[in-house]
Design a protein around this ligand. Structure first.
Ligand SMILES: [Zn+2]
Length: 99
């Protein structure tokens, strides 16, 4: 009795899964990526923005992951210092030109 019920349940489940995946394939909307303007199929399980293609989303996720690390905060501070030093030397050059 239990065995029969289990078997019946399994069949119902797989049938439901098949119909769901078929619906998904048929309903996939075509979208134009807002970043690279490439056409892509928007999958319901796609991470990130709905108007960004999988390639751009993967790139964005990589960037976001990289920005989360404490190493990058140091990198930003370092770049700010370099920019400031560059600006200071530019100022020196300009002043030298003027005088
Ligand atoms: Zn894209």
């Amino acid at each position: 009795m239990f065995r029969r019920n289990f078997g019946r349940k399994k069949i119902t489940l797989s049938t439901a899964q098949t119909s769901i995946s078929m619906d998904v394939v048929m309903a996939l909307p075509k979208k134009i990526c807002a970043l690279c303007e490439e056409e892509f199929e928007l999958k319901p399980d796609k991470p990130g923005f709905a108007n960004h293609c999988p390639t751009c989303t993967a790139f964005e996720m990589e960037e976001a992951a990289a920005n989360q690390g404490p190493k990058d905060a140091d990198q930003i501070r370092y770049e700010a210092e370099v920019n400031e030093a560059r600006r200071a030397s530019m100022k020196n050059l300009l002043y030298r030109k003027d005088s």
